[in-house]
Write a protein that binds this ligand. Structure first.
Ligand SMILES: [Zn+2]
Length: 271
């Protein structure tokens, strides 16, 4: 009898375990929706629970669920996972935020597309997902209805913070060639070849001069000031257009390197 109770307890525990493996629900952002060769829709989701997850969405082209799972929608996802076949299906999605203003301009569409690609290419910045989801939502909320300048600042911040989370940000105060100090209030030379900063003498002698980019001191000051601010505040802080262009170029270059060159939006010319 005692053994029977143990067996029943074990069976109940097993049932709970398999249920928890099969039915999942969490807050997620839709990063991408695409059609499989067989015509099914596959969505890539970003959650704070499992990072980036691909899931099938069944239903015809006009189904309600298919229209809810469009890129950048954020809300609660209900999924079913077949443990034997490692196959995940999205059963339902409740979009709490859909960011309609992002679709209003090419600058905001391009920024959101690049961010989604970076999250996917780096598997949520190599983490479990909470930081990537939080940073992605910060960006999407900022892009929704923003003008081109604010969109450029928001994308720049997103890339810099993502690369920092991955531990790949170069130190702008130290020359990557000679390890000498670079004075803060000078034009900084960023090398696209090495993905790091060079002091003035090393920049002059660099064997890849075409890859060296001048970054004005104002751009460095904006970057440093942004570190103490929340995302929306930092994206609101303005900077001269030349400085913005330079720090954005640095941020996109670092993002491209972190993603090992797998960012198609960067090559599309939209940004
Ligand atoms: Zn140097």
């Amino acid at each position: 009898m005692f053994g029977g109770q143990l067996d029943r307890a074990a069976a109940r525990a097993n049932t709970r375990l398999s249920m928890s493996q099969r039915s999942l629900s969490y807050e997620a952002v839709i990063l991408r929706a695409r059609e499989s060769p067989s015509g099914d829709r596959i969505v890539s989701l970003l959650s704070g629970d499992e990072g980036v997850v691909d899931a099938f969405v069944f239903g015809g082209p006009k189904s309600k669920l298919r229209s809810l799972v469009s890129p950048w929608h954020s809300g609660r996802a209900w999924l079913y996972r077949d443990p034997g076949r490692n196959f995940t299906t999205l059963r339902d999605f409740d979009a709490a935020e859909d960011f309609p203003g992002i679709r209003a301009s090419l600058a905001t569409i391009g920024a959101a597309s690049l961010a989604a690609e970076l999250v996917m290419a780096t598997s949520a910045f190599g983490g479990d997902g909470p930081e990537a989801r939080s940073l992605t939502l910060d960006l999407l909320r900022c892009l929704d209805g923003s003008d081109d300048d604010r969109a450029a600042r928001a994308l720049t911040l997103f890339c810099l913070r993502a690369v920092e989370l991955m531990g790949l940000i170069p130190d702008p105060s130290e020359c990557s060639a000679c390890a000498g100090q670079i004075p803060f209030d000078t034009v900084h030379s960023y090398s696209r070849y090495s993905g790091a900063f060079l002091c003035p003498p090393c920049a002059c002698q660099d064997v890849h001069p075409d890859a060296v980019l001048d970054v004005p001191p104002g751009a460095l000051a904006w970057w440093r000031n942004s570190e103490g601010l929340d995302f929306a505040q930092a994206a609101s802080a303005g900077l001269a257009s030349q400085s913005l262009a330079a720090i954005k170029a640095v941020a996109l270059d670092l993002a491209g390197k972190a993603a090992h060159g797998r960012l198609r939006t960067l090559e599309s010319g939209v940004l």
